[in-house]
Design a protein around this ligand. Structure first.
Ligand code: DC
Length: 229
């Protein structure tokens, strides 16, 4: 990291699957005119590219090489792999499960590190994931750990799928989320956890607007503190 990039503000929002962190992060980025990085998309796209290339999701060396060389672009909230939009293909529950599996591989995580840090560009970055505040941007100005009860998260995911006209089963979603939480939190490398200096935000029963306002409030507080120091 250069000295100049250290001055660019970063807000990290970590937390479990379907907690709403992506929606909140994107809205906060929009409100501040900051860049937005959905780090989970990098794991999802890597898993998709591996499936397309016939690479086993256990082959750490090949997966790491693949991740380091992916031709990936984000534009207007859409993700492009080799110039083709892959939004729908990476958003499925199966793609999330694949992403969670390969995310346990240390060499793969290392291969994605520089790519993620390159998103720290002026005037600022809002990013969401599992280890944004603990590993990727440990010096972030504001860190948030955003949660919601597993039942609420399953309900939200269920409603999203139904709205899109996709099949959904609440019990299956609950089981998948529990499995994914356990895998993401128990892996040895960069497990999902709240950074010591992160604000905890439980969004069960909160609207997206209320969650966004809480994050913007913490950011304003952090700025005021910097100015008076
Ligand atoms: O946030 P998401 O559901 O799109 O993430 C999909 C999977 O990717 C998640 O289950 C674990 C992994 N992931 C990770 O290990 N670290 C991140 N910073 C983001 C996602």
């Amino acid at each position: 990291m250069t000295d100049a990039s250290r001055l660019i503000p970063v807000i990290t929002i970590d937390g479990p699957s379907a907690s709403g962190k992506g929606t909140v992060a994107a809205l906060v980025a929009q409100a501040l005119g900051f860049h937005y990085l959905d780090s989970g998309a990098l794991y999802r796209v890597t898993a998709l590219a591996a499936r397309d290339a016939g690479i086993s999701l256990e082959d750490e060396t090949s997966l790491s090489e693949l991740a380091a060389n992916l031709d990936l672009a984000f534009r207007d909230g859409e993700c492009y792999l080799d110039g083709r939009s892959v939004g729908d293909r990476i958003r499925s529950e199966a793609a999330g499960g694949d992403a969670s599996r390969i995310a346990a591989l240390p060499a793969l995580r290392a291969a994605l590190l520089a790519r993620q840090r390159a998103f720290r560009q002026s005037p600022g970055l809002v990013t969401d994931g599992r280890d944004m505040g603990t590993v990727v941007f440990p010096g972030a100005q504001v860190k948030v750990y955003l949660t919601a009860s597993v039942e609420e998260r399953a309900r939200r995911r269920y409603n999203q799928l139904i709205e899109k006209g996709l099949p959904a089963n609440l019990d299956d979603l609950l089981m998948d989320l529990r499995q994914r939480d356990a895998r993401d939190a128990s892996r040895a490398t960069a497990p999902m956890r709240q950074a010591a200096d992160a604000h905890a935000l439980d969004t069960t029963g909160l609207t997206v607007g209320q969650a966004m306002d809480a994050v913007l409030g913490w950011y304003a507080q952090a700025n005021a503190k910097t100015v008076t120091e």
